[in-house]
Design a protein around this ligand. Sequence first.
Ligand code: TRP
Length: 444
Amino acid sequence: MNKIRIKFASKLGLVAAAAGSAVGLGNIWRFPSQAADGGGALFIFLYIACILFFGIPLMMGEFIVGRSGRANASGSFQKLAPGTQWKWVGRLGIITAFLILGFYMVVCGWTMEYIMQSVSGQLMATDSFSEAFGNLLQNPTRQVVWMLLFTILTAFFILAGVKKGIEQSAKILMPVLFLILLVLGIRSITLPGSVEGLAFLFKPNIESVKSTIFLDAIGQAFFSLSIGMGCMTTYGSYFRDDSNLRKTAVQVSLLDTLVAVLAGIVIFPAAFALTQTPDTIVSSLVAGGPGLLFITIPELFHHMPFSSLWSALFFVLLGIAALTSTISLMEVVTTFLHEEFDMLRRNAVTLVAMGVAVLGVVSSMSPQFFNMLDYTTAKILLPLSGLFISLFIGWYLDKKITFAQLSNEGTLSVSVRFIKLYIFILRYVAPVAIVGIFIYGIFF
Ligand code: TRP
């Protein structure tokens, strides 16, 4: 099997593609609801700690595995550890990707619905945004139609090819989304009564801490950075030999975190300012977790001139951010089937899309199933595979490979201290912490 693997053309292209995968509904939809559920400031603090201590090292780790293996998530492990069972780490990731798509696509469908409603002006004509969102949730047909459309759209982009499809779209549109969030953030914190929302975000409230907060934070960190399921391994396999893995991992992670925190700054001050009683808002935030974005953001637009225009622009860009993430998720499963089972890419994509559609239909109809997929992937499968990846690099992989990858065969200067610290984190710190978090989160 000597297929020529495509590589990302430009340096900006690879950062943009990886950032496109990372920045998605995870940042703007999932992060605020997890932060609300976790009680705000302390969750955010733990989340950032998880990004720094586990997220960035593991993203580098996935890049190392992908670029030295130069194959899909399972094939890369097989090449680096032939004859061992390590390939199951990659395969676990591929299953995880598939399951994530099964609920993620539903939220992409909601985004589509909101694009249409913004364009038609219907959204801004509603009196109660929470009621409007509730109505959508009660309407499986509409959810299913949009979800299917989004799945087909993703499949289409995958067939258009790695370079053209992913690189081009991500490069131009992500900065625009960022700018809109910035404008929204300013609008949100200048609303009268927004202070309480900012306090909720940045002032720790010890009473509201739950024992699952560590698991929630690490799960969200992995989900948001797209690590722990071979996504970054697959993208790493497309990187050029002179791409700087350390720099890319740091840049992508910082950007991703910035977008998430910015989304928090948009949503919480607005949520507090636009509802009269802070107590009820906190409880409704928690109960309405998944809907936070779809209720608070339109409400915020409602308080701006040209509300429908803003809202259409915002949801279109959110849809594109989501699309670059679904592309990355579907790409992982597709490349695996294509390379390991010698399937045509076209057939592989069709098969994956059909499977995703089935899961998507069930999650549109059953919130329990939706939540189960979300919970199992983010809080169990991603941390578990993060654990295995850190063990793989920390204990199994020859340090020479790690060094060669991080220094691009010695052409970049990397200090021995850095490599030692890096291995130490993946060898001891990350595994011990992840196991600890599991035990604490599940049994206490
Ligand atoms: N990170 C994306 C988001 O924040 C979702 C995503 C894409 C993902 N690829 C992934 C999550 C791989 C976990 C693993 O929306």
